[in-house]
Design a protein around this ligand. Structure first.
Ligand code: PMP
Ligand code: GLN
Length: 386
């Protein structure tokens, strides 16, 4: 294995899902729903496969999907994209993020990231030969448990070698939906230091309590310097479909496209057609799913609190972070490794998503994108065991 990848072993999601399977534990670790997406979407995919959409799609993706993505972005956010040159389809957001970083970060360039951070960011920055500059998200000192950043720490992380900032909102694993004011701070730094922003918006629809997802690209001066990434997995509860897209100005999309030609070349064709139709026709399903998830968040938060954990209530995504210190525990990795055996529940230690591991030692992530009876059973087990 090449030296720059040696710090990266098996992903925490694979490790915890395997442990859950081995022990028969309820898996609240890796984030995936246990119910399917809209019937029309599943039927459309099957129909397209039966009807012969089984050869390579065009390199940039099916035109139907690129047009649907551009129309969706215009309808919901007023962003204008040329579907031919400013939208490019990838194998999930994961490939879009990788292609964007590999296409835009030179060896030695610095990349600012908010920690805790989704695990693929650190790995692809390392693959590109870039250097990570983490900015730590912490619960708001004013209370409420919402994670945010200190603008002074953000500014301190930026230097002459900084090339890119990665912004994931809604944020995995804290559940923070960045406010317009927070995004304005980030945008100001990008403009002042001429940075490229790479956004990860895979949870764009999963926001609760009336919170609003604001794409960074809609802020002044940002459209021309932002490569935005999203995908279908979370929006339509089909995480195995691995169909995503990058969006932005042609030079940034071209950079990702040039790299991605040699990573995956194209993505799955029949699914792209089905997704294009769902983006246009299934907004009511998406809203209902969001409301159902909000209730699931409340259900799991109540269960975790009953088990004695400190709950850091999220505004979006599939996840809630819990503070284990009220139980007299300090090491989330130790707890997550023993929990499947002790309690029959699997979770993810947040510590592995930090560069400054001390910041996240006491945090464990639980997924609430599960059927109510599964969440209730998990809560009962946690209450009994902890
Ligand atoms: N970004 C974040 C923040 C995620 O949680 C995930 C997990 N699905 C991804 C990207 C990857 O998305 P995809 O499955 O579309 O590759
Ligand atoms: N995004 C999901 C999570 O954070 C899945 C991660 C994965 O499977 N790589 O749990």
């Amino acid at each position: 294995l090449v030296a720059r990848m040696r710090p990266f072993g098996e992903t925490i999601f694979a490790e915890m899902s395997r442990l859950a399977a081995e022990t028969g534990a309820i898996n609240l670790g890796q984030g995936f729903p246990d119910t399917d997406g809209p019937r029309s979407l599943l039927d459309a995919a099957a129909r397209h496969i039966r009807e012969g959409v089984n050869q390579y799609p065009p390199g940039p993706g099916r035109p139907e999907l690129r047009a649907a993505v551009a129309a969706d972005r215009r309808r919901r956010h007023g962003i204008e994209l040329d579907p031919d040159s400013e939208v490019y389809v990838t194998v999930g957001a994961t490939a879009g993020i990788a292609a964007g970083v590999l296409g835009l970060v030179e060896p030695g360039d610095e990349v600012v990231l908010f920690e805790p951070m989704y695990d693929s960011y650190a790995a692809v920055v390392a693959l590109a030969g870039g250097v990570r500059r983490p900015v730590t998200l912490r619960p708001d000192p004013a209370g409420g448990g919402r994670f945010t950043f200190d603008p002074a720490e953000l500014r301190a992380a930026v230097g002459p070698r900084t090339r890119m900032i990665v912004v994931n909102t809604p944020h995995n694993p804290t559940g923070t939906v960045f406010t317009r004011a927070e995004l304005a701070e980030i945008a100001a730094v990008c403009r002042e230091h001429d940075l490229i922003a790479l956004t990860d918006e895979v949870y764009e629809h999963l926001v609760f309590d009336g919170a609003e997802h604001v794409p960074l690209a809609t802020l002044p001066g940002m459209a021309e310097r932002t490569l935005s990434v999203s995908s279908v997995g979370k929006t339509f509860s089909v995480t195995a479909w691995k169909t995503g897209w990058v969006m932005g100005p042609e030079p940034l999309v071209r950079a990702a496209r040039t790299v991605n030609q040699f990573l995956t070349f194209t993505a799955n064709g029949a699914l792209q057609l089905a997704v294009a139709e769902a983006l246009e026709g299934e907004s009511a399903w998406v809203r209902a799913q969001r409301d159902a998830l909000q209730a699931k968040r409340d259900r799991l938060c109540a269960g975790l609190a009953a088990a004695g954990l400190g709950v850091l209530r999220p505004q979006g995504t599939y996840f809630v972070l819990a503070d284990i210190r009220p139980l007299g525990l300090t090491d989330g990795i130790e707890l997550a490794r023993s929990l499947p055996h002790r309690a029959g529940v699997a979770a993810v230690p947040a510590q592995v998503l930090y560069d400054n591991v001390e910041e996240g030692r006491h945090l464990v992530r639980f997924a609430f994108c599960k059927r109510d009876e599964v969440l209730d059973a998990a809560a009962e087990r946690l209450v009994a065991a902890l």
